[in-house]
Design a protein around this ligand. Structure first.
Ligand SMILES: [Zn+2]
Length: 558
């Protein structure tokens, strides 16, 4: 036999086989769909209805195309970028359904007074700030909380007047419902001892203004503040965005802003300088209602303007929350309404005729009762208008079922509970505090609630609110047994409350809030699994990467 012949025949056959298989490979590659991104080797919490967990997904043109097994996805798709998640946990992009996004940017541009242990520390920080910003005429600070000091009485303006006789000073309290100003600011705003304002208070002691202004009184100072020009305002918004992306937030909100800010957000989205998605609630005043009633809902991929924000009352810390019975630690006070019953009634009556959602700030049990009843008068029964109550902190047990009866969405901030728990009992007394921050009870009414942070009142990091919601503990993991643990959410529900349920509260659950086919590809990769981690470790978990519409918008520096 001719061995050469056999060899060449074998080779020929092999060659033909190779040709055949390579043609096959080519053919299958030609049939593979090109896509932008494949994320694999991940533990993906989809937060779909079954709460299913998977290992890979593909993204194209900003949307999730398919979710499932890596090999299966690779047989069908040809991704431009493959991201190995290194076995890490992946979640839908986090939501903050009640925050003050532009307010955060402003705060980042002001003197930070958060976490001070005394008023003299405030004075020191202001002096440093003033020397670092010699160009600014106004000294503006935010974030003081006298409840953190040994002396828990409100501060007054006398030391500020000594330090800054010629510069106006405005220092907003942590909750945004009180401020301390100096005499220069008072004279610029033309405030006198006899000035009165509905829904506000100018504190007077020993016959003189102390410099403490509560709620609507603060508007008189804000009116004389210099307005930032567009480039300054853009810088403020960019600072806020950088801070939010760091914590995995992909949809934030502005709980009450004006037309001009809404228009700037839209402009920045369109020119690509702003990526984060914003649920902008319209402030009811300043001509906004007339303007937006005519203009109607604004909806783009990144901006959703379809709600009005109203204030029923103030905050518990400054005793501005409107209570049914007097404050336990100041029996002459029951708080007050910032918007009268007649005005609220008229606004709701007008807004029910439009497609807009109504989101009303209610902290005290009296404010909650009033607004639930007024909402009920117009909503009549079950409905899909998704009108919200923002905060719902002190709700009389008799009023809780009204959330379900009228399909009203509780928009809560779990960190308020764990920040306020140190003194909420003083304000409310031991009986009433038992019904404060009743998150689980509220959730049961419609089977969902939205959990936000109210930043910059609280910290931006949504994992703080997630931890507070299921553990009912603060950053120090106190109290050990949890604060009124009977109203804790389960960990799963706490995750839903900052993803899919928040999306629902924003009318966005069909587009976002979970990792599902056809939804917008917003997601985060974390360095640890928040669903498995020790509760005491959850607040320290870091975001490794944040994606909006499949685009990486943040990556942690090593
Ligand atoms: Zn707020």
């Amino acid at each position: 036999m001719d061995f050469n012949f056999i060899n060449s025949a074998k080779m020929k056959r092999n060659f033909i086989l190779i040709l055949f298989f390579s043609a096959l490979v080519h053919l299958s590659q030609a049939q593979k769909q090109p896509v932008d991104l494949l994320v694999y080797n991940a533990k993906i919490y989809t937060v779909d209805t079954d709460f299913s967990i998977t290992e890979a997904f593909v993204v194209n043109k900003g949307l999730f195309v398919e979710i499932g097994n890596k090999d299966n996805l690779l047989s069908k798709y040809e991704p431009t970028i493959k991201t190995d998640a290194g076995g890490k946990a992946v979640f839908p992009g986090f939501y903050d359904p009640h925050s003050h996004f532009i307010g955060l940017g402003q705060m980042l541009s002001q003197c930070d007074l958060v976490g001070t242990s005394s008023f003299s520390e405030i004075l020191k920080r202001l002096q440093v700030f003033a020397s670092e910003h010699p160009e600014s005429y106004w000294i503006i600070g935010r974030g003081w909380d006298q409840n953190d000091w040994d002396d828990k009485a409100f501060p007054n303006k006398s030391e500020l007047d000594k330090l800054f006789p010629n510069k106006p000073v405005m220092l907003t309290r942590i909750d945004g419902h009180a401020m301390l100003v100096n005499s220069k600011a008072i004279s610029l705003a033309k405030i006198s001892k006899s000035t009165k304002i509905a829904g506000g208070d100018f504190e007077i002691k020993n016959g003189d203004l102390t410099g403490i202004l509560i709620d609507n009184a603060m508007g008189m100072i804000r009116r004389v503040l210099p307005k930032p020009d567009e480039s300054e305002q853009r810088e403020i918004i960019r600072k806020a965005q950088a801070e939010c992306l760091k914590y995995g937030l992909t949809t934030v909100s502005d709980a009450g802003i004006n037309q001009s800010d809404i228009e700037l957000l839209d402009k920045m989205h369109k020119d690509g300088s702003l990526k984060i998605r914003d649920y902008a609630m319209i402030s009811i005043g300043l001509g906004n209602l007339e303007y937006f009633k005519k203009k109607g809902i604004i909806k783009t991929d990144r901006l959703n303007v379809r709600s009005f924000k109203l204030y029923a009352d103030g905050a518990l810390g400054s005793r501005g929350a409107c209570l049914l019975e007097p404050y336990s630690d100041e029996p002459s006070k029951t708080g007050f309404l910032l918007t009268s019953e007649n005005e609220l009634d008229a606004y709701f009556g007008e807004l029910i005729q439009t497609g807009f959602q109504v989101n009303t700030h209610c902290i005290g049990d009296s404010a909650n009762r009033l607004v639930l009843d007024l909402y009920g008068k117009y909503l009549e029964g079950k409905n899909d208008r998704r009108w919200r109550i923002e905060h719902c902190q002190v709700v009389n047990p008799a009023d809780v079922p009204k959330f379900g009866q009228f399909s009203i969405i509780p928009s809560i901030q779990a960190t308020h509970a764990t920040s306020d728990m140190y003194w909420a009992g003083d304000r409310l007394g031991s009986m009433r505090v038992k019904h404060a921050y009743p998150f689980e009870e509220l959730k049961l009414q419609n089977g969902l609630l939205a959990n936000g942070s109210d930043f910059p009142v609280e910290y931006v990091n949504p994992l703080f609110g997630f931890h507070s919601a299921f553990a009912r503990q603060d950053a120090k993991n106190w109290p050990e047994a949890g604060f009124q643990l009977e109203n804790a959410l389960s960990r799963e529900d706490a995750l839903r409350a900052m993803t899919i349920w928040s999306a629902y509260a924003n009318f966005e659950e069909k587009e976002r809030g979970s990792i599902e086919k056809g939804k917008m590809a917003d997601f985060v990769i974390l360095d640890q699994d928040i669903m498995q981690a020790e509760p005491s470790k959850v607040r320290d978990i870091k975001v490794l990467k944040t994606f909006i519409a499949g685009e990486k918008v943040y990556e942690i520096m090593n």
